[in-house]
Ligand binder design. Structure first.
Ligand code: GUN
Ligand code: ZN
Length: 438
């Protein structure tokens, strides 16, 4: 086994921080090291201690003075929407119909899907994101392209072939039977291959008939360990249309509940306009509400009530995500910067420790994957992000007067983007620098 010793300042969370001064929520090593072997973290701690226990002649990589965190995790995005980002539309439904659906039709072509997959993984690495939960298109070829590229790069990724059989162009529709057969085929071909996870992915209630929702229910019953992802309560017109399509349901959340789709492995994108009853149903089932700040602002969908959901008597689990291509940045730093502003507009705060917790351990917990990713704990995957708070001239100037870890994190979140990512490690290998070298 070849080992590597990675030296730098280390930050890893043990739980959610309750306040900006809640230093018991994280461990911080001002001169730390990680011993990496076989793609996992073997040891983590002060440099002197980890070095003393490392094999003789271990390769050392010195990232001082930079900060090493667990690789960032993005819990909701659309891989076929890289060329949809920055499309000018008034609202969600116009944006879907005018730009997004036509673009996704192109993923019937294997060559196109394979080309975009390469760009997708390059962007993830450039931005320090080592795990993402992705929607592919309706075409199995898009999922094949996604997972093949993920396997090649040995990344821990969650993704699904989208199920949709109505209210979209013909080139983007499957049928209930096709969606069953192809989802099963994607599971057989890719789930557990390398670090790939397959998610059951009905796009949203508007684009699935009740017959297809029955299929999603069957798949969820047959594969109870799989993640389920869909969209919920993003936009007022979307909610009205959904309730018209499913008049027997109490509300939008109840549509998914009726088909057995709520649960601890279920990720619901957006959840901006939930009623109290719906939030209770989310809470009781352990479902996750996915906060997509840049997308919610860009599409004018609304202000995600983060604190109202997490601080209620029956709290709702939450995660955070870019929602590319409704979202406007691949960067989780920029995503949390916009999250901060959304909370400001609601008279709430999002402290920088909370932000960094959310994009690492918090998102790992939301995905039920904290035993593998999201921390610097020995035994977990060596997926890491190395950050430079002085990455640009403007950041360097601001960094001159930074005098605490909180200040540094807030500077990174507020002014940082891919330029602040010095290196990204995937399963112990430095991959951003090799991208830039090509
Ligand atoms: N609802 C259904 N599909 C989508 C999508 O692709 N993006 C967003 N933001 N919302 C959706
Ligand atoms: Zn989405």
């Amino acid at each position: 086994m070849t080992s590597t010793l990675i030296r730098g300042r280390l930050l890893s969370f043990t739980r959610a921080p309750h306040a900006i001064d809640d230093s018991a929520a994280y461990s911080y090593e001002s001169d730390g090291a990680l011993l990496i072997g076989d793609g996992v973290i073997k040891a983590s701690g002060p440099y002197g201690v980890v070095k003393a226990a490392a094999p003789d002649g271990v390769t050392e990589i010195d990232h001082r003075p930079h900060l090493i965190t667990p690789g960032f995790i993005d819990t909701h995005l659309h891989f076929p929407q890289m060329q949809v980002m920055a499309s000018y539309a008034a609202n969600l439904l116009e944006w879907l119909n005018t730009y997004t659906f036509p673009e996704e039709c192109r993923f019937v072509e294997t060559a196109h899907a394979e080309r975009i997959a390469i760009h997708f993984f390059d962007e993830m690495i450039r931005h320090g994101t080592t795990t993402a939960t992705a929607y592919c298109s309706v075409h199995k070829a898009s999922a094949d392209a996604f997972f093949a590229e993920s396997l090649k790069r040995d990344m821990r990724m969650i993704a699904g072939k989208v199920m949709m059989d109505r209210n979209a162009p013909q080139g983007l529709l499957d049928t209930p039977q096709m969606s069953y057969d192809e989802t099963r085929a994607v599971i057989a071909d890719w789930h557990g291959k390398g670090r790939n996870h397959v998610a059951i992915t009905p796009r949203f209630a508007i684009t699935s008939t009740p017959e297809q929702m029955e299929v999603a229910k069957s798949l969820a019953g047959e594969f109870p360990d799989l993640h389920i992802q869909t969209h919920l309560s993003e936009n007022r017109d979307e909610i009205t249309f959904t309730c018209e399509l499913y008049p027997e349901a109490k509300d939008y959340t109840d549509v998914y509940a009726r088909y057995g789709l709520l649960g601890p492995k279920s990720l619901f994108g957006h959840c901006i306009h939930l009623s109290d009853r719906e939030a209770d149903a989310m809470s009781e089932s352990g479902s996750v509400a996915v906060f997509c700040p840049t997308s919610n602002l860009f599409l004018g969908s609304g202000l995600f009530p983060l604190r109202a959901l997490t601080r209620r008597q029956r709290p709702v689990r939450v995660s955070v995500a870019s929602d590319i291509g409704g979202g406007t940045s691949y960067s989780m730093l920029k995503t949390l910067d916009e999250a901060y502003k959304i909370l400001q507009l609601q008279g709430e705060r999002l402290n920088p420790f909370d932000s960094f917790y959310m994009m690492t351990r918090g998102n790992a917990e939301a995905l039920s994957l904290v035993d593998r990713i999201g921390t610097l704990e020995p035994g977990t995957d060596a997926d890491l992000t190395v950050l430079n708070m002085a990455a640009t001239p403007a950041m360097a100037l601001r960094a001159e007067v930074v005098n605490s870890l909180a200040d540094e994190l807030f500077l990174l979140q507020t002014m940082g983007d891919d330029r602040a990512i010095v290196e990204t490690y995937v399963a112990g290998k430095p991959v951003k620098s090799s991208l830039d070298a090509n």
